[in-house]
Design a protein around this ligand. Sequence first.
Ligand SMILES: C[S@@+](CC[C@H](N)C(=O)[O-])C[C@H]1O[C@@H](n2cnc3c(N)ncnc32)[C@H](O)[C@@H]1O
Length: 269
Amino acid sequence: MSETSRHDAWQAGANYDAYMGRWSRKVAPLFLDWLKAPDNGDWLDVGCGTGSLSQAILAGAAPASVTGIDASEGFVRHAAATIADPRVRFQRGDAQAIDLADASRDAVVSGLVLNFVPDKRAMLSEMARIARPGGSLGFFVWDYPGGGIAFMRAFWRAAGALDPDAAALAEDRRFPGCTEAGLRGLAAEVWGTGVETTALEVPTRFRDFADYWTPFTLGAGPAPGYCVSLSPDRREQLRRKLESDLPREPDGSILLSARAWAVKAVGPG
Ligand SMILES: C[S@@+](CC[C@H](N)C(=O)[O-])C[C@H]1O[C@@H](n2cnc3c(N)ncnc32)[C@H](O)[C@@H]1O
């Protein structure tokens, strides 16, 4: 998997939610159902962003506590301001060197983060270090190489047709390791035997073309970061191409699908 891009813009929480948070919120409960961590646990959400996964833990996993850490000051502030629950706290932190004690959490999880982190093994070993013996370890990332996130793939296909330089920015090129076998192998290297994987699929329905397009113009995330870097003329060209390329349902909505790979294991010890 290649390194971070200058378009990986993670700051404005509301803009991220409009682009990706609304879909990661749908995957998070499926992931937790599959993870099956016991009630009353202390949880860590690595790369919590605006708090989609933390919120799903609070709503569905009966935690004693949830700590969310993220590198983005803006996202941590947004999560703390929007999720009012005495069991949760959000703080800035780096997934590769987490400021939490060894064996201090019952469940250590992460949603849509690993591919963006330069040292993935360091992130996975930090997760294992912080998990209590026999605790739950797990993460999920989009199936970028398998075309699993169709709304993003459609964006980059159109962008690539208009700008040859855009192709290299597309997530399927940047994150070739996000395959089931690649993720399982990486997790097994760091977490040892007993790693399990599954696919998590959610429909992504956009009310109309504006509902699809507007989040790309808000700049939060790699494709939106690229979109706002274009001149107004080139952005308009891209908008028109997508408007004509995307399939419509009879009611005018745009129905695509998104697939993530989820990986889990039991904490060491
Ligand atoms: C696609 S977002 C996922 C956010 C959230 N987990 C969700 O499911 O919506 C990726 C997140 O990873 C965070 N991130 C990237 N590199 C990081 C690092 N080294 N340490 C901590 N967070 C990081 C970004 O700030 C961003 O919030």
